[in-house]
Design a protein around this ligand. Structure first.
Ligand SMILES: [Zn+2]
Length: 392
């Protein structure tokens, strides 16, 4: 095994062996910072949110480029359901198993090591950052903190893509319906104002909402997911009911307009004596460094045209380095949406099968890491220049 690949595989396995759920990324952040220093990064910074940022300083004025991945991962559920223990980083037949193997510790290692292998001997034309952010899995706390602060307009998002270029995804918005009526004993229903009848009419009315459509990302979707009331007894009419809806949005869709339409529908459906309100919930998050942020459940969609110079440049460089791969979009939302919201251009590229993310079969092939190392190195040297050339 070549030295860079051996280092990447070893680093990915040490990352997997260090659990880092959202809010508890401190130890893995230290690992990443130590690795960057050992690999010769010019500067390694941990920002207020706990994001780890490694820099190779550019020799000229080419646009700054930022690689991006995240430090956290989703839960493991029942460890007994896993073919190999989720934090053992089991390696057999050139496959690394475990939580984070594809989402996103394998891809993170391929960015940190691949960029260093390409740039430590010779400075790039412009600044190149490798950014590893906190709390991606619970609303993008780290990316929301970083996006307005980092001076880079071009990103490579390392979420797994089978080492093909990705140019966008639908967004994810959570909406919460609250119906407030009046509780009463179930034997005297006329004394109460039962919000569940209005909730039923509201659900029926969802069929009548036209989805927003996008030529490349398809239709938006809206799905009711969670339901609760203020009561635990079967013989009491509830006074309040809550319904959560998961909306997958397309670029340009008016999220506030969607909220307002749903509220209108809810007010019509609620019935006499029942008040209705639809909100986008806001969660208070605290990072492992103690930074507090209020995060609305609104993760933006974005898409870059296939002809965008960054997309064309990335497709050409990847094809030249590891062979032609189909250009596509992701099925899930990423931190790329937060950077796009601040005017940046996020191109997606990462090793591993995206369908294995968040599953008990999560694993990554060593050959995928090897390709990603080379492609990331190539992108770190040449992607900004490809764009500058095309702009002239
Ligand atoms: Zn991820």
């Amino acid at each position: 095994m070549p030295a860079d690949l051996e280092r990447c595989v070893d680093f990915a396995r040490r990352l997997i062996r260090t659990p880092s759920p959202p809010g508890e990324e401190g130890e893995v952040a230290r690992l990443v910072g130590d690795e960057m220093r050992a690999l010769g990064y010019d500067e390694v910074v941990v920002d207020d949110a706990g994001n780890v940022l490694g820099l190779f300083r550019g020799r000229g004025a080419a646009p700054a480029l930022a690689f991006n991945s995240h430090l956290d991962h989703v839960g493991v559920g029942d460890p007994a359901a896993w073919p190999h223990p989720p934090f053992a980083a089991h390696l057999a037949d050139d496959v690394v198993w475990g939580r984070g193997a594809v989402d996103i510790k394998g891809p993170l290692a391929a960015q940190v090591v691949g960029v260093a292998a390409a740039l430590s001997a010779e400075p790039p034309p412009g600044d190149v950052w490798v950014t590893c952010v906190v709390q991606e899995e619970i609303g993008g706390v780290g990316a929301r903190h970083l996006a307005p602060r980092l001076e880079a307009s071009l990103f490579v998002i390392g979420e797994p893509s089978g080492n093909a270029v990705r140019r966008g995804h639908r967004g994810r918005v959570e909406l919460r319906l609250h119906l407030a009526g009046r509780s009463a004993h179930a034997s005297v229903p006329d004394e109460g104002r039962n919000p569940l009848f209005g909730l039923g009419r509201f659900l029926g009315g969802l069929d009548g909402l036209e989805p927003a459509t996008h030529a490349e990302l398809g239709a938006s979707t809206l799905v009711p997911t969670l339901l609760s009331t203020d009561q635990a007894s079967a013989n009491v009419i509830p006074g309040e009911a809550w319904l959560t809806l998961d909306a997958r949005t397309v670029p340009g869709q008016d999220v506030e307009g969607l909220r307002a339409r749903l509220e209108e529908l809810a007010v019509r459906a609620a019935g006499a004596g029942v008040a209705a309100q639809v909100t986008i919930p806001v969660s208070r998050r605290v990072t492992y460094t103690g930074l507090e942020m209020s995060i609305p459940a609104d993760n933006p969609a974005y898409v870059l045209p296939a002809e965008h110079p960054a997309v064309r440049g990335a497709v050409a460089l990847v094809a030249d380095e590891i062979g032609q791969r189909p250009l596509d979009v992701w099925r899930f939302a990423t931190d790329g949406g937060h950077f796009a919201r601040h005017g940046a251009v996020p191109v997606g590229f990462g090793p591993g099968d995206p369908l294995l993310a968040h599953t008990v079969d999560e694993r990554i092939e060593v050959v995928a890491l090897e390709e990603a190392l080379r492609a990331n190195g190539r992108l770190s040297r040449e992607l900004p220049a490809a764009i500058t050339r095309r702009r002239r």
